[in-house]
Ligand binder design. Structure first.
Ligand SMILES: [Zn+2]
Length: 228
């Protein structure tokens, strides 16, 4: 019955490519047309570290699918700021594909997203990272655990700040409210974009302080074009 309804819905609202909006077959597994797929800026590098002092990071590594450029950048902006939450499904699929190739999934127990402050989530209507995390947990078959962490302090938009200010801006912004859920666990931490890594690093710091064994960040795209 559910399949029937989803088929009817896809006939009324046929899926469109999230990059160029071309109509796709109703049963398309990812919403990317062949022509866009050929041109997507898949990131060549594999697992990145957040900062240069790799051994001292709280975040154990970052896996990104794309470079943050061109049509990927435009689609992520629409996803986050122009009310296109449905893109989460395609982003989760491409992340799943990437992490399944690069990481041993037997090492991980949880998937969770970088939290938004509740006021920002309310005004946006959704947490874009949580939508990806929820879908990823379903396809990759790991438990979703975003409810264990909150952003307790409202922060400025990171994109407006330089690197040093970004670290200060997010310092102390997160709180693990259910430490028992993360203690001893290895976690895939989902966000949409990785730029300076200040947010992912701070989130990883509090998760580790709450007892998490390992935190690997997974993102749709990164502005980093080089290995550090
Ligand atoms: Zn397309």
């Amino acid at each position: 019955m559910r399949r029937f309804f989803s088929k009817v819905i896809s006939l009324i609202y046929p899926p469109k490519c999230i990059f160029c909006k071309q109509l796709l077959e109703h049963d398309a597994s990812i919403y990317v047309c062949d022509s866009c797929y050929e041109k997507l800026p898949f990131l060549k590098m594999e697992i990145m570290s957040v900062f240069t002092d790799a051994g001292n990071n709280h975040c154990d590594g970052v896996v990104s699918v794309f470079e943050y450029t061109g049509v990927v950048k435009e689609s992520l902006i629409r996803f986050k700021f122009y009310n296109e939450p449905s893109y989460y499904k395609t982003y989760a699929r491409v992340i799943d594909d990437r992490v399944s190739k690069l990481l041993d999934m037997n090492d991980y127990q949880l998937v969770m997203s970088v939290p938004l402050h509740k006021d920002r989530e309310f005004s946006r209507g959704y947490n874009q990272a949580y939508l990806i995390s929820k879908e990823l947990s379903r396809t990759i078959k790991l438990k979703e655990c975003s409810g264990a962490i909150v952003r307790s302090r409202q922060t400025q938009t990171q994109s407006l700040l330089d690197k040093q200010r970004r670290s200060q801006n997010v310092m102390g912004a997160f709180e693990v409210t259910k430490p028992a859920k993360v203690a001893g666990k290895s976690i895939l931490l989902v966000d949409d974009i990785f730029t300076t890594g200040a947010t992912l690093e701070e989130c990883s710091r509090v998760l580790k302080a709450a007892g998490a064994a390992k935190v690997t960040a997974v993102v749709v795209a990164t502005g980093r074009r080089y290995l550090i």
